[in-house]
Design a protein around this ligand. Structure first.
Ligand code: TIU
Length: 221
């Protein structure tokens, strides 16, 4: 079996492509374009658009290498039955989850704003996981989908670093996956939070996982 070694922190990250998936978290219009959930929370969404070229390059690389590709979407059922009041009632009343916005109902499955951005659209054979929480494993079929395919290692990208990406990495780490976060393929509305997340993930000998720039992954492959 081919083994790939990536120069990562806090130590080299080693994986076999046939047992590895790329997990792209929530690269949706709702977070990246004006008029969605991210902006409704008071954020400058332009900070997230900056990583789109890197994520696109990573996605192309994963497809060429034959990695399983998983896309997630933070989304809720139209009747909001999977959105607890504790989540829905946060934020300004007119822009809460389920309320109408310029790109359709905020964070509701099937609405225009809930789609993954065109530049990173999923293709045939890739998994798309709708998740009602911040983590990709909570109340989804992701765990089963990965285990039936023999996946043991996960490469992470997407938004936002300290919210859905970090939560998903922590969930994955507790489930026994070896996780590598691609540093320039993740972003936050708060650059200082991104930096802190990278450092806390790889601290204490990789307490949550590893981090590496895309260039290091390309070199390894
Ligand atoms: N996808 C994701 O991270 N959801 C969020 O709500 N992120 C924020 O930073 N608000």
């Amino acid at each position: 079996m081919m083994s790939i070694e990536v120069k990562a922190l806090p130590s080299p990250f080693v994986f076999e492509p046939q047992h590895t998936a790329l997990v792209i978290i929530d690269m949706q219009r709702d977070f990246i374009e004006p008029g969605g959930f991210g902006e409704s929370l008071g954020n400058d969404v332009s900070l997230l658009a900056e990583i789109v070229p890197s994520v696109a390059e990573l996605l192309a690389l994963a497809r060429r290498t034959g990695l399983l590709v998983v896309h997630t979407r933070e989304s809720h059922a139209p009747d909001l039955s999977d959105c607890p009041p504790a989540k829905r009632l946060r934020g300004a009343p007119q822009m809460r989850i389920g309320e109408p916005g310029p790109m359709g109902r905020i964070l509701v499955r099937g609405e225009p704003g809930n789609a993954i951005i065109d530049a990173l659209a999923p293709v045939e054979g890739e998994l798309v996981i709708d998740k009602p929480g911040k983590g990709a494993f909570y109340a989804t079929r992701l765990s089963e989908a990965l285990s039936v395919r023999g996946i043991t290692h996960l490469l992470f990208a997407g938004v936002t670093t300290e919210v859905c990406v970090q939560t998903s990495m922590r969930e994955a780490n507790d489930r026994g996956y070896e996780c590598l976060l691609i540093e320039d393929a993740t972003a936050s509305y708060f650059p200082a939070f991104k930096q802190a997340s990278l450092e806390m993930i790889r601290s204490q000998g990789g307490i949550v996982g590893w981090t590496a720039p895309l260039a290091a992954l390309k070199k390894g492959l």
